[in-house]
Design a binder for this molecule. Structure first.
Ligand SMILES: [Zn+2]
Length: 184
């Protein structure tokens, strides 16, 4: 990846093809793993001119010219978070995406154990205030957190909006905890 290739994406020109993005990708089978900008949650984006553009829907909708139905998002069938391959992109309902993320966490024992053991090692064997604060401090999606902590989406939702495990009025508690736990 060179400065020249990367900066070529910064134009706001009208015709885009997959070739525009290849210089910033690593090929892995059918996958094209994006080496450019990624959101906090690891999803590919690029700047078209000054506009930050989410790459998956852009490639699906603009480059491939396919319509994205309402209530659907663009995911990948390969499961690589950084993949932008036209061969992997697939339209999925939001609820289907959640279920798949959950399944992936269950099927990837290494990742699952890492997250889970981190919590257990910290003495967090069950849901409590400490874990609730950890969940609030995390950038992971609700589905990912639900899978990692072995609780329902609804529970994560309730913790996030402080319907349960309300935050005590102690300044910086979340940030101290996040630093201690290595989360966020
Ligand atoms: Zn892929």
């Amino acid at each position: 990846m060179t400065r020249k290739e990367g900066s070529g994406l910064r134009t706001a020109r009208k015709v885009w093809t997959m070739e525009d993005f290849l210089p910033l990708c690593i090929e892995e089978g059918e996958c094209l793993l994006w080496q450019g900008g990624k959101t906090a949650r690891g999803f590919p984006y690029f700047y078209r001119g000054s506009e930050k553009v989410n790459l998956r829907p852009f490639i699906f909708g603009v480059v491939l010219g396919k319509r994205i139905r309402e209530g659907f998002q663009i995911s990948v069938r390969c499961g690589h978070r950084e993949c932008i391959s036209d061969k992997c992109l697939v339209e999925k309902s939001v609820s289907k995406i959640r279920k798949d993320v959950h399944a992936a966490m269950r099927q990837d024992p290494a990742q699952y154990a890492k997250t889970r053991n981190g919590a257990l090692a910290a003495g967090l064997s069950k849901l409590d205030m400490t874990r609730a604060l950890e969940i609030r401090a995390s950038n992971l999606s609700r589905a990912e957190l639900a899978a990692a902590y072995g609780v329902s989406d609804r529970t994560i939702y309730d913790i996030k909006r402080e319907a349960i495990y309300k935050t005590p009025k102690v300044a910086n508690s979340i940030f101290n905890l996040a630093a201690t736990m290595g989360v966020a």
